[in-house]
Structure formats: structure tokens, C-alpha cells
Ligand binder design. Structure first.
Ligand SMILES: Nc1ncnc2c1ncn2[C@@H]1O[C@H](COP(=O)(O)OP(=O)(O)OP(=O)(O)O)[C@@H](O)[C@H]1O
Length: 264
């Protein structure tokens, strides 16, 4: 197995607070991970480390064969695709959708005078097609619905053909239709042998695509459980982390549901 990310004894401290506390994690090529846990558990902090935008206070982080702190992160970042609320906020509202996607090859927000090859435009076109936003190529990003934006952001994150794809709460703020379209897109992506190793952060088990293979359950900065998704998303683990009796189920089509367990 080729390692894509390896965290050994990783802690992040800010003042008195431990945002991550001695986290160990090993992500291999081809795996599809979900990171789940209550508000403030450290999910975004963990994703920022994987995105190389945050360094740990303690511990060692290996990403794509390089050690964080001993590598030029600007060379590493094009190999990592990221969608997150803070990335999305940096996309100019007046930028055309086609330019939002193609400009990822220069790792910039907003086109200026860069030169793009025909191949860049072809790839952007194929990705917009794949994520169902090709018809929006000439619209400005600011005029899109939340669901359309999320799919454009994922197409953009895939533009550099990343080896690691990080998706931070892509379902946040979507209505039922938008969420279902997104899950269906992610199902397709996770099932593809050509898709990069993926790490998805979500609050809702209903948003976990069927092809997810592994899960990390974070609680108060610590890894409460990690490993194959079926072994991590159990009634016992989820109830302990959320502090209430929960019942978790995976349907035959791979979709997960969670609800309060009926007691008494
Ligand atoms: N600079 C900072 N100083 C102190 N505490 C911080 C700082 N940055 C983040 N935190 C705290 O660290 C904890 C983890 O934050 P993080 O955003 O990683 O959690 P999360 O699991 O992504 O949360 P959510 O589900 O609410 O998005 C939170 O309690 C947050 O308030």
C-alpha cells in the first residue's frame, strides 16, 4: 500500500486549548475517508494539516511522501485538491464559472493574464461536464445556487489532477435536492478507480457516499475511533462521542442514517 498521509502523535495547541490531541492516522492510496465528530471536535483543524496550511505543534506529518516542515509546501499544494468554506469565500463572485475551474491550474482565485493551454480548457470542460455544471460555464459564480457552487468548487479542486482530495463539509447549507445531487456526484466519484484518495468532512452520516471505505471519529481533538467505516460508525462509538444513545444503520445501497435510539 502506498501511503498518502501519515500522522504520528499529532497535536495542535492554541494557548491552553488542544485542538488536536495525539492523533495517529494512516491514509493509503485509493482509500476514501470520512471524518466525523461533534462541533469543535477538530475536523477542520485536521483537514488544514492535510492541506498543508497548518503545522502541528507536536508530532510528525507525512503527506504524499514528504514530511511537513521539511518540504516546500508550495510544490506540494498543487498535488492536493481542497474545497472548504474559506476557499469558497476567496472565489470572486463576478468570475465566470469556466474561469473559476480553469484558474485552479495556476492555484489562483480570479483570472488575470495567465496563459492557459488548450489542454487546460479541455480538462476544465470535462470536469464541468462530469460534475454537471457545464451548462453554467458562462454564468458568474455569484449567480449560482449553493448546490451548483459546491459542484463547481469540487470541479475546481480536481483541476490539477490531485493525488489527495479534501472536501470540508461540501453538503453544508444545501437543501434536500442539492444534498441528494451532491451525494450522487460523490457516490460516482468515490466509485471511480481514477478518483484521488479522498477525505470528506461531514456532520451528517446521510451525506456519506456509498464508496467511503474508512472513517475517523473525532471527539474533543482525539481520535475516538478510526479504521474501516463499518467498524467505526457503530451505535456504541457514535453514542459515546455524541453523548446520547444513537442508532446507526447502513442500507443495502450503502447510504447511512443515524437517529436517537429508542430506550426503555
Ligand atoms: N486559534 C484558536 N484558538 C483557540 N481555539 C481555537 C482556535 N482555532 C480553533 N479553535 C477551537 O478548536 C476547536 C476545533 O476547531 P475545528 O474548527 O477544527 O472543529 P470542527 O470539528 O471543524 O468544528 P465544526 O464542526 O463546528 O466546524 C474548536 O473548539 C475551536 O473553537
Amino acid at each position: 500500500m502506498v501511503s498518502v498521509a501519515e500522522l504520528a502523535g499529532v497535536s495542535v495547541r492554541r494557548g491552553e486549548k488542544l485542538l488536536l490531541d495525539d492523533v495517529n492516522l494512516s491514509i493509503d492510496e485509493g482509500q476514501r475517508w470520512v471524518v466525523i465528530g461533534p462541533n469543535g471536535a477538530g475536523k477542520t483543524t485536521l483537514l488544514s494539516i492535510l492541506a498543508t496550511t497548518l503545522y502541528p505543534t507536536k508530532g510528525v506529518v507525512g503527506i504524499l511522501g514528504e514530511v511537513l516542515g521539511a518540504v516546500n509546501v508550495f510544490e506540494l499544494r498543487p498535488r492536493i485538491g481542497l474545497t472548504s468554506a474559506s476557499m469558497a469565500h476567496r472565489i470572486p463572485y463576478r468570475e465566470k464559472v469556466g474561469d473559476v475551474v480553469v484558474s485552479a491550474s495556476y492555484a489562483i482565485n480570479g483570472r488575470w493574464h495567465e496563459h492557459y493551454d488548450e489542454m487546460d480548457f479541455e480538462r476544465a470542460g470535462r470536469l464541468m461536464d462530469y460534475f454537471g455544471v457545464a451548462h453554467l460555464a458562462d454564468r458568474t459564480y455569484g449567480t449560482l445556487s449553493e448546490g451548483e457552487r459546491k459542484r463547481v468548487e469540487i470541479a475546481r479542486a480536481m483541476m490539477t489532477d490531485p493525488e489527495l482530495l479534501l472536501l470540508d463539509e461540501p453538503g453544508a447549507g444545501l437543501d434536500l435536492g442539492g444534498r441528494e445531487r451532491l451525494v450522487s456526484t460523490l457516490n460516482q466519484l468515490c466509485a471511480s478507480p481514477y478518483a484521488p484518495t479522498t477525505v470528506l468532512v461531514t456532520h451528517h452520516v446521510e451525506e456519506i457516499p456509498a464508496g467511503i471505505t474508512h472513517a475517523l471519529l473525532l471527539s474533543d481533538g482525539r481520535a475516538a475511533a478510526s479504521g474501516p467505516v463499518g467498524e467505526v460508525l457503530t451505535d456504541e462509538n457514535m453514542s459515546a462521542v455524541y453523548g446520547m444513545p444513537l442508532h446507526i444503520e447502513q442500507a443495502a445501497d450503502g447510504r447511512w442514517t443515524a437517529k436517537a435510539a429508542v430506550t426503555g
